[in-house]
Design a protein around this ligand. Structure first.
Ligand code: KMH
Ligand code: ZN
Length: 271
């Protein structure tokens, strides 16, 4: 099976003060996504920022970003419903009403660095049900083994459709640490037939992405997960990170999935 590469160009945390090449405004995000598509990415994980670069779930900004991307390329849009730590769940969940092809579903609340990431159980069930109704495929972000168990309970309740699409997130302070042992254990526990990738935050981004690929997973790359393209080397935009992930895929003798292959691999609603 070919390997899906997702670009995550912006994220909820970094600012232009951290790296001036971070795309935050709609045209910048669309341009970064377009370049990643031309390099070989099939999925764009999208976070939104307002005019002051703060995380936002504003539906007008979301629509504009989705339209600008769609004008440029057919990459599959995966809207973040995590948005940013200060944004209430009730605003974040509304983003799926725009019917992106996919959206994140974060199954549990947790500590997140010095903040809190709130995903209350009733809200998570409501969002899962709404995504199912709208045909928006969940990208299930699991930061620890208990989050996987919570996802499996949603599956048992009939709120998720297979194949499940997991992102194993390692390296958030509050979730599991970015170690090979944690990666192997999380992958070992995944249910048969699911699709998965590693999201490796920070300095283990490269090594854990490589391990995930070697274990048969998909890959994600971009400034949401790391601002460095090598030790002490700030990245100049998302392209070097996407190119690095694509090089890993090639070095491991794997084919990069096209948009059409990704739609099939994930059995995306709408064909
Ligand atoms: N940056 C991720 C670890 C989401 O997109 O829904 C957390 C996140 C969640 O951004
Ligand atoms: Zn995200």
């Amino acid at each position: 099976m070919s390997t899906v590469v997702t670009v995550a160009p912006t994220g909820p945390i970094a600012t232009k003060a951290d790296n001036p090449t971070l795309p935050t405004q709609p045209v910048e995000i669309a341009a970064a996504v377009h370049r990643a598509y031309e390099l070989g990415a099939a999925v764009a994980h999208v976070h939104l920022r307002d005019e002051q670069d703060r995380p936002t779930a504003d539906l007008g900004i979301a629509r504009r970003v989705m339209d600008l991307i769609a004008e440029r390329c057919p990459i599959l849009i995966q809207m973040s419903t995590g948005v940013g730590l200060g944004v209430p769940f009730e605003e974040r969940e509304k983003l799926v009403e725009l019917r992106p092809r996919m959206a994140t579903l974060n199954p549990c609340s947790m500590s997140f660095g010095s903040g809190e990431f709130l995903n209350p159980p009733e809200g998570v069930r409501r969002l899962a049900a709404r995504m199912q109704e709208l045909g928006v495929k969940p990208e299930l972000e699991i930061y620890d083994t208990g989050h996987l168990d919570a996802v499996l309970r949603l599956l048992d309740a009939g709120l998720l459709d297979e194949p499940l699409q997991f992102s194993i997130v390692l390296g958030v302070l509050g979730g599991a640490a970015p170690t090979p042992v944690n990666l192997v254990e999380m992958v070992r526990r995944l249910p048969e037939g699911c699709v998965w990738q590693i999201i490796a935050i920070g300095r283990s981004n490269l090594s854990l992405t490589a391990m995930g690929l070697a274990m048969g997973g998909n890959a994600r790359a971009g400034m949401e997960d790391t601002l460095y393209v090598g030790a002490g080397r700030p990245t100049q935009g998302n392209d070097p990170l996407v190119a690095r992930a694509l090089q890993l895929v090639a070095d491991l003798d794997r084919e990069v999935a096209t948009v059409e292959e990704t739609v099939k691999q994930l059995s995306l609603p709408g064909g």
